[in-house]
Design a protein around this ligand. Structure first.
Ligand code: ADP
Length: 404
């Protein structure tokens, strides 16, 4: 009897154990499937967070990289990929990915010191990050590098922002050149005036009225030149100010504008016995824009033709035609022309053809054509020049019929 009871108790214990094992197995399965679900969820959340981060960093507009402590690129946003077009970035050492070591310098300094570094780098066209697509000559970049917060292994990553500041750099350069050139151009007449003044005062030459008169005449010529340079600089600066008020927009007749110019230059035309003619495709053609600037444009171009060719038999033509939505206006002359090597530079401020100015002359300011170009561009037009010396030099302007 006791034996039976013992067997029954053992069977019951075994059954209980069996049930327990089954229960345990079931809950392990449940646990495993739950872990799997958590894992999936975690992966999804991670992916979403990563997508969100990429979207945010892509939206930056500037190239953005994350590099590890050994300067290997871990992440590059779409602007960075665009910038270093065609070159793989992720997984590569920075020194290899950047064409010019100067671009990596700020980042490497940040890695070395752990301090944030911000610097501007100017690169020649050949080593621009844009590679062959760079067409702007010297290009400038701001590199901004800073360590991200510490990682568990104590090797924090570093973020780098690369911003293209080429247009700001080039504008700055133009401004600096302008100031340097303007100072140079003003210094010469000022030194001459000063020299004459010293002579007049020191050597008692002021007593010699004839001599004093000659000196004063030369000084007057040079003060006139200074005034012309300053006036021209003011016109350029007004045109470049970009203010809407710099240009007055009203319709005016091109014929009247040309007539104005020819009247103002009449005495020079007569004394040089030049043959100046007007060939407008339509006598009533009306332009929309600032008549003051258009008069100055045509004046500078016709005056240049006269100035560069002070001999008889010079032919100058001011003409116009139409092409679709544009009006073409030209000034051409049959004079000495512009050597082809000078043509690409002719619209630069203070640029003068060396050959035309072998002696020190008090003639142009070298700003006339810059003013012409700025004024034409302010009317949304373009200007080009072609020249066959001794045959035909032609300045051609193309302006939209309705520029504003
Ligand atoms: P400038 O005040 O010296 O005339 P511009 O900017 O008007 O300055 O012209 C720049 C240079 O271009 C001139 O110095 C001259 O050498 C050359 N140039 C301009 N127009 C003509 C032209 N019609 N024929 C020959 N050379 C010209």
């Amino acid at each position: 009897m006791t034996e039976k009871l013992t067997i029954l108790a053992a069977l019951a214990a075994f059954a209980a154990l069996f049930l327990q094992v089954i229960r345990l197995k079931r809950s392990r399965k449940e646990y495993e499937s739950q872990v799997k679900a958590w894992k999936l969820r975690l992966e999804l959340d991670l992916k979403q967070a990563k997508d969100e981060r990429d979207r945010l960093l892509d939206g930056l507009g500037d190239a953005f990289l994350i590099v590890d402590s050994r300067a290997n690129i871990l992440f590059a946003n779409s602007a960075a990929q665009e910038l270093f077009r065609g070159r793989a970035l992720t997984g590569r050492p920075v020194r290899e990915a950047f064409l010019d070591p100067r671009l990596a310098e700020a980042l490497l300094l940040c890695l070395e010191t752990g301090e944030p570094v911000r610097s501007r780098v100017v690169l020649p066209q050949q080593t621009s990050p844009l590679g062959d697509l760079e067409t702007r000559g010297n290009n400038a970049w701001i590199i901004d590098a800073a360590q991200l917060s510490d990682t568990p292994d104590g090797n924090p990553n570093t973020r780098v922002v690369i911003r293209d500041v080429t247009s700001e750099y080039q504008l700055d350069q133009i401004r600096k050149d302008f100031v340097a050139n303007a100072s140079h151009e003003l210094r010469t007449p000022l030194a001459i005036i000063n020299g004459y003044l010293e002579n007049l005062l020191d050597d008692g030459m002021i007593e010699d009225t004839e001599m004093a008169k000659r000196f004063l005449t030369v000084m007057k010529k040079h003060t006139d030149r200074i005034s012309r340079i300053v006036e021209d600089m003011l016109v350029i600066s007004r045109l470049e100010s970009g203010e809407a008020s710099a240009i007055k927009i009203e319709p005016f007749k091109l014929r009247l504008c040309v007539k104005d110019v020819l009247e103002r230059l009449e005495s020079v035309v007569r004394s040089q016995q030049a043959d100046v003619s007007m060939h407008l495709h339509d006598d009533e053609i009306t332009l929309e824009g600032d008549r003051f600037y258009w008069t100055q444009v045509l004046f500078n171009l016709v005056e240049n033709a006269l100035k560069q060719n002070p001999y008889k038999d010079l032919k100058i033509e001011v003409g116009s035609s139409e092409s679709g939505d544009h009006v073409l206006i030209w000034v051409k002359d049959s004079g000495i022309g512009i050597p082809s090597a000078d043509l690409p530079h002719i619209f630069r401020r203070f640029y003068r053809v060396e050959k035309h100015h072998s002696q020190l002359e008090v003639k142009g300011t070298g700003l006339g054509l810059s003013i012409v170009k700025r004024a034409v561009e302010a009317h949304h037009g373009t200007i080009s020049v072609t020249s066959v010396p001794g045959v035909e030099t032609k300045f051609l302007m193309t302006i939209p019929k309705s520029p504003f």
